[in-house]
Design a protein around this ligand. Structure first.
Ligand code: HEC
Length: 187
């Protein structure tokens, strides 16, 4: 189902009341409490606008595509000066833990887990409705081919025409922590 056809009420309930409200995992936290009513409305408005006019290229159904290992990537390439950047922070348990916290809970306007899933396999609650599906970070075969600078650039700027929104408000250090966490998920 293309994202824009998801009933508004479903989205509202998922984000605001958590998974159990729509019969999904109780692990889905109650975003309404952390984001507030306006935050929830903003996220829905953002997603609605973003998804208008995206051709329904594939019928994903219930996330049939989500979680496949090597995904076809049409994602725009970062500019040369970005793509050659490497993570300046050490790959330590401290930075991985900091990245995990952002990924699962604190990244604004919406935590990565909502789309990329608790395991980072692209099977998040909102991810199932997205075409193209969220990147599956557990797929080492694919992730090893994507340079740090590319990941950094997409997190900061988003991937236009897809559900991957921009996170321009994240300080560089936090983006690098997220990248360490994402890398730690690859099998
Ligand atoms: C609303 C859903 C959504 C949220 C929230 C989201 N993503 Fe994504 N993400 C996607 C989708 C969809 C793609 C696939 C985009 C594409 O194929 O171009 C993606 C792709 C990516 C990629 C792959 C870039 C590449 O070059 O292949 C990275 C890295 C990424 N996301 C990181 C994050 C991080 C970190 C967060 C949280 C700070 C996050 N995403 C939040 C939906 C989301």
């Amino acid at each position: 189902m293309p994202f824009e056809k998801l009933p508004m009420e479903y989205l509202y309930n998922v984000i605001n009341h958590g998974g159990p409200a729509v019969g999904k995992s109780p692990n889905m936290p109650y975003w309404g409490l952390t984001m507030g009513q306006q935050g929830v409305a903003d996220v829905i408005a953002y997603l609605k606008v973003t998804f208008k006019g995206i051709p329904d290229v594939t019928a994903v159904g219930d996330g049939a595509q989500a979680g496949v290992c090597v995904q076809p990537r049409k994602t725009a390439k970062a500019s040369e000066d970005f793509i050659s950047k490497t993570n300046p922070f050490p790959f330590s348990s401290h930075s991985i833990q900091a990245g995990k916290e952002l990924f699962l809970r604190t990244a604004q306007p919406i935590a990565c887990v909502m789309c990329h899933g608790e395991q980072g396999d692209g099977k998040g609650l909102m991810g199932a409705a997205l075409v193209p599906p969220p990147r599956n970070f557990t797929c080492g075969m694919m992730m090893r081919e994507i340079p740090d600078g590319q990941l950094f650039w997409i997190i900061k700027n988003g991937s236009s025409g897809t559900g991957m929104m921009a996170f321009p408000g994240l300080p560089d250090e936090q983006v690098w922590q997220l990248i360490h966490y994402i890398r730690s998920l690859a099998k």
